[in-house]
Design a protein around this ligand. Sequence first.
Ligand code: NAD
Ligand code: MG
Length: 388
Amino acid sequence: MQNIAILGATGSIGRSALCVIANHPDRYRVGALAAGSDARALAAAAIAAGPEAVAIADASREGELRDLLAAGGWRGEILSGPQAAGRLAADSRFDTVIHAIVGAAGVGPAFAAAAAGKRLLLANKESVVCGGSLLMNTVARCGAALLPVDSEHNAIFQCLHASGEGGRQAARIWLTCSGGPFHARPEVDLAKVGPEQALAHPTWKMGRKISIDSATLMNKGLEVIEAHHLFDFPADRISVVIHPQSVVHSMVEFADGAVVAELGTADMKLPIAYCLAYPERIAGDVKRLDITRMGPLTFSAPDTERFPQLAMAFEAIRAGAAAPIILNGANEIAVQEFLDGRIGFTAIAELCRRTLERLHPAEPGSLEDILAIDAEARRTALALAAGL
Ligand code: NAD
Ligand code: MG
C-alpha cells in the first residue's frame, strides 16, 4: 500500500490523480493533500479522500479551511504557509509524492521530496527547469525515484523502458507538440489575441498557466529543458514536432534508425496511473484509442519565428543553469500580466527576451541560489512589464 501526498491537489493534475487513486483503494491511500489558496476545494477533497494531513500555502485561508473541515467531520493535521507543502513532501509517513503544484512555487517541495528519498511523481516541470542538474543530483544522491508525469516525458520514459538495454542507444528525442490554439491558424493576429482565445486549448484540458504556455509554445520550450535534464540528453538531439492530434505523446529514435512511440488518448490519468504502478501497469478508466477511427496523424516543423519562446528555451540550455530559471520566472510574471489584461499576447515573449538580456547572475550552486535568481527574474520582469 502506497501512502501518497498530493501537492497541488485542487488543480487539474491533482484532481486527475485523486480519480486514479479512488479506483484502486487496494493499492493506494491518500495520506496528505496540499493546495495554494482554494480552501473550499481543498476541504471538499480532504473530506472525500480522508487524508491524515492537509496544507494550504495561503495562511490567511487557514481559518476558513479549518471551519470547513470541522463542518465536514474531518479531523487531522492542518498546516499552512508557503513552506507547508515542502514539509509534507519530506514527511516520512508518505512514501510517494505526486507533485502537481504550478510554477516555481514547486521548486522547494521538489527538492524536499528528492532529499527525503521519496518516490516522486513529478508533474511540476518548472522545478526541473529551475532545479536542473542540482535537482537530478539530489534525486540520485538521496535514492529518490523520479517518475515523469508530464505526458511527453512519460511517453519517452515508456519508450526507453520498453526498449530494455537498447534504451541506452537512444539517438534523438522527438517531443510532440499540439501547437496550441494558434499554430495551425496563421491568419490569427497574435498581437490582438485575448485570454479567452489563448486559454481554449484544442486537445488538452489543463490549468490556466500551462494553457497559456501551450499557446505561446513556452510549454514545449520548458519541456525541452525538462527532457534535457530528466534523460541527460543534449539539446541538439532533442527535436520538437507539431502534431495537432495529440495521439503520439512523444517518440525516441534509436541508433539503428528505429523510432519507438507511445500513443494514447489525451488524458493525464494515463501517465499518472503509469507512474503510480510502475514498473507494473494498472487498469485505468481512460477512453481507449480507437485505432481504426482516429483519422490521419500529421507531423510538421514548429514555427519559431511566430513562437519565439521555443527557440529561447534551446538558447537558455546553451547559456547555462541560470538562464532557464530567468526564462521561467519572467514567463510566469508575463503569463499573469497577460491573464490580468495588462499586456498583450506577443508581449509575453518580449518580456522574457528583455529579462534574459538584462540579467547575468552567477551559476546557481544551491536551492537558495535558484530561489534568489527566480526572485530577481520576477522583480525585473514586473518592472519591465510596466514599460511595455
Ligand atoms: P492548476 O492551476 O490546475 O493547479 C495548480 C495546483 O497548484 C492547485 O492545486 C493550486 O492550489 C496549487 N498551488 C498553486 N500555488 C501553490 C503553492 N504556492 N503551494 C502549494 N500549492 C500551490 O495546474 P495544473 O494544470 O494541474 O498543472 C500543475 C503542474 O503540472 C504544472 O507545473 C503543469 O505545467 C504541469 N502539467 C500539467 C498538465 C495538465 O494536463 N494540466 C500536463 C502536464 C504537466
Ligand atoms: Mg506536456
